[in-house]
Design a protein around this ligand. Structure first.
Ligand SMILES: CSC[C@H]1O[C@H](OP(=O)(O)O)[C@H](O)[C@@H]1O
Length: 361
């Protein structure tokens, strides 16, 4: 699939400025009103950026973690591998404490650790260069993975279809293209002219602030709806497929994604609409047998009660529950689209097959 001016000019939300020892991110908390890039030098600032969703989206979090690991070790004054190992462990544990659900964070940190261990016996400067290469490889591979997911997903869609999506699994949540939005962009290049319906996705409004912004900027037909409107657009025949991203896919296909996703999946099942999860294999965690094994992040009350309002919109002292992900049962998922192909139920077998295909490459 070639680039045209749309994908060729896609924004890169997370990159490395090695010369200045900084992680460069698009601050997604300021969108859609301001497009601001931050140069993050200190590990604490990188941790904060992940926790506060300045950089967000499972793949983008993984890329940021890889760069953060490299920058953390690059700053090490260690003179030997053994001394550097202590610094490496400290940085890995710190970055790993930022957010618990998106497995890409831990996948990237583990991958950087594997590369670090391979470099034992090398000089400090050779080790640092190897970690720089590994962090860049994580980003570069994610770009290819997202394009491949886009092509497989596009094979399931027809021109002119109405597509519902939840949260943001777009270009800014990845190295490029996105996952759930990748087929939308690739399809636009081929004249598919999808009509996208974007759930606003309370409480952090990634759908309104990010997906509607991304697609509108790209000139793609996008309609913003409230989360409680997913049923009516399905009932009215506006939706022919649902495409979502993911944060952690269990071995049986149960999938953690932004809060509200499981409700959309149940509605899609009710209306007979295919529900597709777009999943890089870096987001599939075979160590989690089922969705019950996935740690769901709880976030501050203020994201619900006051973040977007001049005054709190809830009575002082009221109880608040703010899980920022939920798990969609595998039985409500039509297919899981990976870079190696489309996995259909039973996912316990088909997901393994996707990894096996990868190993053959
Ligand atoms: C390709 S992005 C995957 C996933 O990440 C988002 O979560 P967050 O905005 O909290 O980082 C959302 O669940 C997306 O679907």
């Amino acid at each position: 699939m070639g680039d045209n001016n749309m994908t060729a000019t896609m924004i890169q939300s997370v990159t490395l400025d090695d010369a200045n020892d900084t992680l460069v991110i698009l601050d997604q908390t300021l969108l859609p009103n301001e497009k601001v890039f931050l140069q993050l030098k200190e590990l604490k600032d990188i941790w904060d950026a992940i926790y506060h969703l300045k950089v967000r989206g499972a793949p983008a979090i993984g890329i940021a973690a890889g760069y953060g690991m490299y920058l953390g070790v690059k700053a090490s004054a260690a003179a030997t591998y053994e001394e550097m190992a202590d610094d490496f462990k400290r940085v890995k544990e710190y970055l790993g404490s930022s957010r618990p659900t998106a497995v890409n964070l831990f996948w990237a940190l583990d991958r950087m650790e594997a590369r670090f261990m391979q470099e034992q016996g090398k000089s400090v400067s050779e080790i640092k260069e190897a970690l720089r290469q590994e962090s860049e490889a994580i980003r570069a591979e994610d770009e290819q993975v997202c394009e491949q997911i886009g092509e497989y997903a596009l094979s399931l869609l027809q021109p002119g279809w109405g597509i519902l999506t939840h949260c943001n699994a777009g270009a800014i949540a990845t190295a490029k293209y996105g996952t759930a939005l990748a087929p939308i962009y690739l399809g636009e290049e081929q004249g598919y002219r999808f009509k996208v319906y974007a759930d606003e996705t309370r409480p952090l409004l990634q759908g309104a602030r990010l997906t509607a912004w991304e697609l509108h900027e790209a000139g793609i037909d996008v309609t913003l709806i409230c989360d409680n409107m997913s049923s009516i657009v399905m009932k009215e025949g506006k939706i022919q497929a649902v495409l979502v991203g993911c944060d952690r896919v269990a071995a049986n296909g149960d999938t953690a994604n932004k809060i509200g996703t499981s409700a959309v999946a149940i509605l899609a099942k009710h209306y007979g609409i295919p529900f597709y999860v777009c999943a890089p294999l870096s987001t599939v965690d075979l160590q989690c047998a089922t969705g019950d094994d996935i740690h769901i992040e709880l976030r501050p009350d203020e994201e619900i009660t006051s973040k977007w309002y001049e005054k709190p919109m809830a009575p002082e002292g009221v109880n608040v529950y703010n899980p920022c992900f939920d798990v969609t049962d595998h039985e409500h998922i039509t297919a899981i689209i990976t870079q190696n192909g489309i996995a259909y139920p039973p996912f316990a077998d088909s997901l393994l097959a996707m990894f096996a295909k990868k190993d053959k490459e």
